[in-house]
Write a protein that binds this ligand. Structure first.
Ligand code: AMP
Ligand code: GLY
Length: 428
């Protein structure tokens, strides 16, 4: 069988998860990463000094005879990496810039949903001429949801019951960006659905649930995500069917009809209300982090074939088989994360955890971790996550926490309640 060399762009836990899934495929040759991290270094060739620019990546792709580029984060997609690949005929998993704009601009996402008839919260666009007090009145009675129309790394959204905080954020955002969105608060339970798609077809992966707040019980500031599990029982068969019918199908129809169809994964951030009706909170044009770490391992069929199929409009030829199991991951974060993470501290026990771990059983996903003199140090806010797969969520949870207990990082912190919603449902 002819093997394909793959270039993975990015440096987080998500990219380590992508490399692990690709490494498990007999169809993959050498995996290259730009820049990669200490985890990807174990199974791929990292190119830490190559910049994440379209030109440098295409040049590397040529010298390393890359057959597929897999783009982890949104920024290179918004900067036209997929367009540049298309121009040279290189298969790229990730949409062209015009479609990546779905994540790059919340206003564009709202307008697209309106065109496609996809359910989402009603909103107002406010600028310097708007009557802010009247707008706040029109959405009163629930917390206010204010969204900047920029890629703000998770810092562009404020959800608050404090009117003066909402007003202050609106005014500051109008001043810096020219306008801001005020949208109705959606009550319910959040879930993430990752849908792999190309110009011909789409394949929804099982829904997962992230834990965005830093502390147990969903308290404290927002983070990039402190842990996740998959599948999330809030998305039962009936809810799943509604998501596909009301959101995935119309979005795919729209995205497939664009001049260059969407080739990659559409991340749908959902709110499921108490009647089981789904609403879109946000779209991302990439795998979620840490959702990716718990979704890819559940794919029992070949992940390379899915990614390559989507990149080449042959997704209809790829097989998707989902394991009847649960995956769960718990993030270990540095002291001070998410505000001012302390970096440079050593992580004890990681060598042993890496060598005893085994993919699709119990293993470590590395993120802000660097290898140093045979050991490992923390170089970022989210340092690593411990992941496990098992026949039920309780078992996956205890295996993941047992692995985490074998590690130590001075000042490091993590949530102890990952999957609390699933476990509450089970106990009901
Ligand atoms: P976003 O960046 O759009 O995903 O928003 C960040 C977080 O804010 C989401 O994960 C939700 O927890 C919350 N959020 C955003 N929009 C709404 C909404 N309309 N109603 C309730 N919560 C929301
Ligand atoms: N876990 C949420 C995200 O990747 O945006």
């Amino acid at each position: 069988m002819e093997k394909t060399n793959v270039l993975v762009v990015g440096s987080g836990g998500r990219e380590h998860a992508l490399c692990l899934a690709l490494h498990a495929s007999p169809m993959v040759g050498t995996i290259h990463c730009v820049p990669g991290n200490a985890g990807t270094a174990l199974i791929a060739v990292n190119h830490e000094h190559i910049p994440v620019s379209n030109q440098a990546l295409l040049q590397l792709a040529e010298t390393q005879q890359i057959g597929l580029m897999v783009v982890g984060p949104e920024a290179p997609l918004c900067s036209g990496l997929a367009d540049a690949c298309a121009a040279t005929g290189l298969a790229c998993f990730g949409p062209v810039a015009a479609l990546a704009h779905l994540e790059g601009s919340k206003l564009h996402a709202k307008e697209t949903m309106a065109k496609a008839g996809v359910p989402t919260a009603p909103f107002l666009k406010l600028d310097a001429d708007s009557d802010v007090e009247a707008a706040l009145n029109s959405f009163s009675g629930q917390p206010w949801v204010v969204k900047r129309d920029v890629l703000a790394g998770g810092k562009g959204v404020v959800v608050t019951a404090d009117r003066s905080e909402a007003k202050g954020f609106i005014e500051a955002s109008i001043k810096s960006d020219g306008f801001v969105l005020l949208e109705a608060f959606l009550p319910g339970e959040e879930a993430s659905m990752l849908v792999i798609m190309d110009g011909n077809t789409f394949l929804p992966l099982p829904a997962s649930q992230d834990h965005k707040r830093v502390h147990n019980g969903d308290q404290g500031p927002n983070t990039g995500g402190m842990g996740a599990y998959c599948p999330a029982p809030v998305v039962n068969e009936d809810v799943h069917a509604r998501i596909v019918e009301r959101i995935v199908k119309p979005m795919h129809e729209h995205l497939a009809s664009e001049p260059v169809p969407y080739r990659g994964v559409l991340f749908i951030g959902l709110m499921i209300d108490d009647k089981g009706d789904p609403y879109v909170v946000e779209f991302n044009v990439r795998f979620g982090d840490p959702e990716c770490q718990v979704t890819l391992p559940l794919i029992a069929s070949d992940v390379f074939s899915l990614l390559n199929g989507a990149a080449t409009d042959t997704l209809n030829e790829a097989e998707l088989v989902i394991e009847d199991a649960f995956a769960l991951t718990v993030v270990l974060a540095s002291e001070g994360y998410p505000n001012a993470p302390v970096k440079g501290r050593s992580i004890e026990g990681l060598n042993a955890a890496l060598s005893s771990g085994s993919y699709r059983s119990t293993w470590v996903n590395l993120a802000g971790t660097a290898e140093l003199d045979g050991g490992y140090t923390a170089t970022g806010g989210r340092v690593l996550s411990c992941t496990a797969m098992a026949e039920n969520v309780q078992l996956a949870r205890s295996k993941a926490y047992a692995l985490l207990d074998s590690l130590s990082l001075e000042g490091g912190h993590y949530r102890t309640d990952i999957a609390h919603r699933a476990i509450k449902r089970e106990n009901c």
